[in-house]
Design a protein around this ligand. Structure first.
Ligand code: NAD
Length: 489
């Protein structure tokens, strides 16, 4: 069985604790690799390496040269995409087909930020003072701590690593304890791509043992986190007590809103993509399907018929549409929420059961609840699994009211043929991403992040690089006469 070390200062190293823990293949239920159990001492070593790299060779590179290195990495990631996808599937249970698309797409992320590295421009500011030349410049924040969840480990790490390095920062990444292997495989490519040692480091282990020391480390300037609300709150509060900045990408309970004037064939596929892709383990899942009353029964009937034909199975098989749940605690959590929905009075019209007969048995049928009221827990709390709540609405006002009536604000979608209606809903829904007549599209070019309790800051696009930069304002005076030093100029 493969034993993974940490990756610190360009080398694979054993954990200070001397301990490893196993990681399981969710499809077979079998352990397939051993992961290093990190602690604060490993974090100290990794942060020291990152700090030294930032103050040394990496820090001395021009932005164009950083871009050149990132471009080489992007090509290497594309070449190794099948291997990375295989590891992701083995550790996470993600369909190989989706893992491969994601791994190739990561290459595009690195290419995009390679291009952006030397296009971060300050401004010359015409101030109200005479005899001064005032401009802004951007400087890397320093060492960035990156903490990722288990649902899309490679993509979510790349969303942060690529802009952080383009900005000139260095990185210590802590992947989820459930899915560490693919991130370790990714960081091991940096040396081959020619990056100086210490620019990227990975320390594996648990939230309390590795994540917390990373968050409070005095030499870590910023935390880029994706994960659940509970950990997000703790990290925000620890970071606040050390006055450091954070980017938080948290959960969602996104409304996928179907009006009766929509192209219902497309809306049907959009509803399915919104909740059952990636086994529903997606922050942007359209887990609340708001359907206009006039088409509710017909639409539900079509959904139930569609779901009956979904294939669950081996994530390696080309015809599998829903793979296993990624880990046992998540599997148990999804089943708990199915029980909660039933006890709240919602009606299960499809699925609702585990499938012990497939693989390791860590499978849950695509599940649809009707009769859901938006105040129920099944409509308010993130399940993070293949469980859909269908909620009827009357008109536009009702759709907006229900759509916004959650603590989250990550995403939402509107299906309609009316431009006026689409524009109204995109204005009124409180979420970081709104799709019109599509669902689940994201791109390296476009900002992604949450309103309300779905997060702080933005990833992807030109916005993301700013998360890793400090703005410096420079005042150069050509007026040698310092006027009255006791009176502000
Ligand atoms: P999680 O919050 O349990 O763990 C995420 C990471 O944080 C892990 O690496 C974990 O070890 C670490 N961690 C836990 N406690 C910590 C602490 N006190 N200090 C520092 N690090 C700590 O999340 P998860 O179960 O791995 O992932 C699922 C969650 O991620 C869902 O809520 C989902 O919505 C969210 N998510 C959000 C996005 C987004 O972009 N908004 C994307 C994917 C997933």
């Amino acid at each position: 069985m493969r034993h993974y070390g940490h990756y610190i200062n360009g080398e694979e190293v054993s954990p200070h604790s001397g301990e490893h823990f196993s990681t399981e293949n969710p499809f077979t239920g079998e352990p397939w690799a051993m992961i290093s159990r990190g602690d604060g001492i490993d974090v100290d070593l990794a942060v020291a390496a990152a700090k030294q790299a930032g103050e040394g060779e990496w820090g001395a590179l021009s932005a164009t040269d950083r871009g050149r290195l990132l471009r080489g990495l992007a090509d290497l990631v594309r070449e190794k995409a099948p291997h990375l996808a295989q590891i992701e599937m083995t550790d996470n249970g993600k369909l190989f087909a989706e893992a491969l698309v994601q791994a190739r797409y990561m290459s595009d992320y690195f290419h995009y930020y390679a291009g952006l590295a030397d296009k971060v421009e300050g401004r010359v500011i015409p101030t109200d003072k005479a005899g001064v030349f005032t401009y802004t410049k951007y400087e890397p924040k320093g060492v960035i701590g990156i903490i990722t969840p288990w649902n899309s480990p490679l993509s979510l790490a790349s969303w942060k690593i690529a802009p952080a390095l383009a900005a000139g920062c260095t990185v210590v990444v802590k992947p989820s304890e459930f899915t560490s292997a693919s991130t370790l495989e990714l960081v091991s490519l940096f040396e081959e791509a020619g990056f100086p040692p210490g620019v990227i480091n990975a320390v594996t282990g648990f939230g309390a043992e590795v994540g917390e020391p990373l968050v409070v480390h005095p030499d870590v300037a910023h935390i880029g986190f994706t994960g659940g609300g509970e950990a997000g709150r703790r990290i925000y509060s620890s970071a606040a007590s050390h006055l450091k900045t954070v980017t938080l990408e948290l959960g969602g309970k996104s409304p996928n809103i179907i009006f009766d004037d929509a192209d219902l064939d497309q809306a049907l596929k959009g509803a399915i993509a919104g909740i059952f892709a990636a086994t529903g383990q997606s922050c942007q899942a359209g887990s609340r399907l708001l359907v206009q009353e006039s088409i509710h029964d017909e639409f539900v009937e079509r959904l139930v018929a569609y779901v009956a034909d979904i294939t669950l199975g081996d994530p390696a098989a080309a015809d599998t549409q829903i793979g296993p749940v990624a880990n046992r605690p998540q599997f148990d959590k999804i089943l708990r929420y199915i029980d909660i929905a039933t006890s709240e009075g919602a009606t299960c019209v499809a699925g609702g059961r585990a499938r012990p007969d497939i693989g390791s048995g860590q499978f849950i049928e695509p599940t649809i609840f009707t009769g859901v009221e938006n105040g129920m827990r099944i409509a308010q709390e993130e399940v993070f699994g293949p469980v859909l709540s269908v909620i009827p609405f009357k008109d536009e006002e009702d759709a907006i009211r229900i759509g916004n009536d959650v603590v989250f604000g990550l995403a939402g979608a509107v299906w309609t043929r009316s431009l006026r209606r689409a524009m109204l809903l995109t204005d009124k829904l409180k979420a970081g991403t709104i799709w019109v007549n599509n669902y689940r599209a994201t791109s390296f070019t476009s900002p992604f992040g949450g309103f309300k309790q779905s997060g702080v800051g933005r990833e992807s696009g030109q916005e993301a690089i700013k998360e890793y930069l400090e703005t410096k304002c420079v005042w150069i005076s050509s007026d040698l006469d310092v006027a009255n030093p006791f009176v502000k100029r």
